[in-house]
Ligand binder design. Sequence first.
Ligand code: HEC
Ligand code: HEC
Length: 83
Amino acid sequence: MKKRDIALLLVAVAIVTFLLMAPEETTAPVPRDEIHERFYEIAAKEGRRAAEAFCADCHNEEMIPFSAEHPTTFRCLFCHKLQ
Ligand code: HEC
Ligand code: HEC
């Protein structure tokens, strides 16, 4: 194996480890309220990726900043489950 292949492999392992360690079940679900109800519909009709596209409209530094401990903001619904 070339050095570059080994580096790529290590990166892949790191990413998989990171995803498996994501604190899925203890994470607060997406609230089932007036604000978030429409994302349940979008997720049901068009999939979770389509729904996630809207989260950052409000959950961003200006409007609702994330706490300092918040992990990555990549793919919200991977960690925050729909109820
Ligand atoms: C229109 C603005 C808006 C959008 C868009 C939005 N949210 Fe929210 N979100 C809020 C507000 C306001 C709160 C705090 C009040 C509440 O719980 O509804 C909140 C709270 C939350 C919480 C915290 C629940 C808790 O128990 O602390 C989570 C998780 C969350 N939103 C996830 C999402 C996800 C995932 C999306 C995209 C599918 C999303 N939100 C889209 C406004 C929004
Ligand atoms: C890797 C998993 C993960 C991803 C991805 C993720 N979150 Fe979180 N989120 C958490 C954890 C863990 C907490 C803190 C524990 C809790 O209260 O649920 C949290 C907390 C929150 C809170 C409560 C306030 C705070 O900052 O602690 C909101 C709102 C929230 N997340 C929204 C989102 C949105 C919107 C996205 C996508 C842009 C997102 N999260 C992506 C894991 C994640």
